[in-house]
Ligand binder design. Structure first.
Ligand SMILES: NC(=O)c1ccc[n+]([C@@H]2O[C@H](COP(=O)([O-])OP(=O)(O)OC[C@H]3O[C@@H](n4cnc5c(N)ncnc54)[C@H](O)[C@@H]3O)[C@@H](O)[C@H]2O)c1
Length: 342
């Protein structure tokens, strides 16, 4: 099988490429990435070490995408992955996330390739998510269950990032209807683990661990600046494992949308994360409060993994302590990574 992973020098794409290369020994794995994300050059070196070739192409360039060789499967992991960039550089979000995926869809249709699309929990309505918090008191009642499933409200404002993901999903479904494009769409919650070059606006778990190790200050932003916002976190190894299962079972289970995340067992607030980082690093860093909330920020998100479990009898295995431990171990054993968090 010939597989192309777009965004292949990013956090998810690079880990997935190396994982699949190991699992699918007879397959040829290639990646596509224009190396615009900080840290992607380092991931490209890792791919080279594993004999995986990266095509340095901008995904929004349809001329170049259409000339690529034929693949049996394209896994679309390419994105401007930060929600906040929706405001700072909306063109980048639309060109990379929407036009880019449209180009990949056209390529798949032409070659009769399958597609696995990495979508996001951010396709859901910001207002509807905020209403959950109307019922759950962020500070005191975080033990209460409210899990977001695939039928949750997607209408209304969701950020340009979320819109680009939802619109890409709709394009994929249109081509499934008209051209029999076979697809799997995965709406992931927060993914974390080694080789994530976290920033304040994307990849906060690795950022938190890295800044504690470097003894650099951090900020609780939004919702009063208390750090009470909650997310579920899934380990990159679990993400790789479920995508591998999806590839193996593609002919039986396809044309479906799944919510996948750390789930209720892997939910935590920023304050909890701070505490865990203090324990593992032995360091306490200054954390400033910025109470103003970005209108795109959400106070809560926890994935409902019921559907993915029903179809694959699979649930994520690694808990939050393992995720934090693996990031810590990755940074401490790689000198050239430490500078990213200074
Ligand atoms: N990391 C998460 O928590 C998370 C959660 C839900 C969904 N996702 C989705 O998973 C996918 C992978 O996310 P990630 O965390 O690995 O992000 P990432 O930023 O680490 O990787 C994206 C890669 O795409 C490349 N890229 C960006 N614009 C490009 C362009 N125009 N042409 C070619 N390459 C380009 C970047 O250089 C980068 O290496 C994305 O689609 C993201 O939206 C991620």
């Amino acid at each position: 099988m010939r597989i192309l992973i777009t965004g292949g020098c990013g956090f998810v794409g690079s880990n997935l490429a190396i994982y699949l290369k190991e699992k699918l020994k007879k397959s040829k794995i290639s990646t596509l990435d224009n190396l615009c994300r900080k840290g992607s050059e380092i991931n490209r070196e890792r791919l080279k070490f594993h004999n995986i070739n990266n095509l340095k192409i901008d995904i929004s360039n349809n001329k170049k995408i259409s000339k690529l060789p034929k693949y049996d499967l394209i896994i679309d992991c390419c994105a401007e992955a930060s929600v906040e960039v929706s405001k700072l550089n909306p063109d980048k979000v639309i060109f990379t996330n929407l036009i880019g995926t449209y180009n990949i869809v056209k390529k798949c249709v032409k070659d009769k390739s399958k597609i696995i699309f990495l979508s996001s929990s951010r396709v859901y309505s910001i207002d509807a998510i905020k209403k959950i918090i109307g019922k759950i008191n962020l500070r005191n009642e975080i033990k209460k269950k409210f899990l977001v499933n695939e039928n949750f409200n997607t209408s209304g404002v969701k950020s340009l990032y979320g819109l680009s993901k939802l619109s890409s999903e709709e394009i994929i479904k249109e081509y499934n209807y008209t051209n029999n494009l076979n697809y799997i769409i995965n709406r992931f919650g927060v993914i974390s683990g080694p080789w994530q070059f976290g920033k304040q606006d994307q990849g906060f778990v690795s950022l938190w661990v890295g800044k504690h190790m470097a003894k650099k200050k951090l900020s609780y932003i939004g919702f009063g600046g208390h750090g009470n916002q909650i997310r579920d976190i899934i380990h990159i190894d679990d993400v790789c494992e479920i995508i591998f299962k999806q590839i193996e079972n593609f002919s039986k289970i396809r044309d479906n949308v799944f919510n996948i995340g750390g789930g209720i067992k892997n939910k935590l607030s920023l304050r909890d994360l701070t505490h865990k980082c203090q324990v593992i690093t032995g360091n306490k860093v200054k954390i400033t409060k910025k109470s103003k909330t970005s209108n795109y920020d959400i106070p809560y998100y926890v994935s409902d993994n019921k559907k993915i479990f029903k179809f694959y009898h699979w649930l994520p295995k690694k808990n939050i302590d393992q995720i934090i431990h693996d990031i810590y171990f990755w940074i401490i054993t790689n000198q050239n990574i430490q500078r990213f968090f200074k």
